[in-house]
Design a protein around this ligand. Structure first.
Ligand code: ADP
Ligand code: MG
Length: 183
């Protein structure tokens, strides 16, 4: 079955790069998380000609319950050096992480907006600030926030594919594209 459109608000024409990856088992998801982590580090740490300082990255994770969104976030955090637990933020809506990198700290926020239903809560909780802080924001169920989130840098769509998963990754910004090219 073809992947459904991620968001009604994201026109297909705005996709700068699309890649599909078969994740046959959890080890394959872990390996993709590792490549993604290295890509995030490279995008943050390697200044490129004519490129502004890293402004953070907004990544949307789309897929049914059990599609493997949290598994991919967990793999990414582990590969970035986070040794502690990675809880699914279903009730807290967001879990913050700080990983130590050779050239300083990297902030990452893991959102799960499955239970999000009140746009006022968005403002009250100060979520907006997370997106302007230069952090990496990985967001499960971004659809629940409607237009509050704006256009992401990357969208990862996960689908069950036999015993494994199929990941369709789409980039909507130059930063997102640079990351995806490295995955
Ligand atoms: P979601 O966050 O999308 O609801 P989870 O990551 O919490 O999903 O759970 C996904 C389930 O699928 C877990 O039981 C996990 O072990 C399994 N899983 C994750 N990735 C794969 C994969 N590539 N192949 C097979 N099973 C996977
Ligand atoms: Mg989840």
């Amino acid at each position: 079955m073809p992947v459904q459109p991620d968001h009604a608000i994201l026109p297909a024409a705005d996709v700068l790069l699309e890649r599909t990856v078969t994740l046959a088992d959890e080890a394959a998801t872990a390996a993709f998380g590792e490549r993604f982590a290295r890509a995030l580090e490279a995008e943050r740490d390697e200044p490129r000609k004519g490129k502004q300082a890293f402004k953070g990255l907004q990544v949307h994770l789309i897929g049914d319950l059990g599609a493997g969104k949290t598994t991919l976030v967990r793999a990414t955090l582990r590969a970035l050096g986070h040794a502690g637990r990675v809880r699914s933020p279903t009730y807290t809506l967001v879990e913050p992480y700080t990983v130590q990198r050779p050239d300083g700290e990297l902030a990452l926020y893991h959102f799960d907006l499955y239970r999000f239903n009140d746009p006022d809560e968005w403002a009250d909780a100060g979520f907006r600030e997370y997106f302007d802080s230069g952090a990496i924001c990985l967001i499960e169920w971004p659809q629940r926030a409607g237009p509050l989130l704006g256009v992401p840098d990357l969208v990862f769509s996960l689908e069950v594919d036999g015993e494994g998963r199929r990941l369709t990754a789409r980039a909507y910004s130059e930063s997102g594209k640079a990351c995806l090219e490295r995955c």
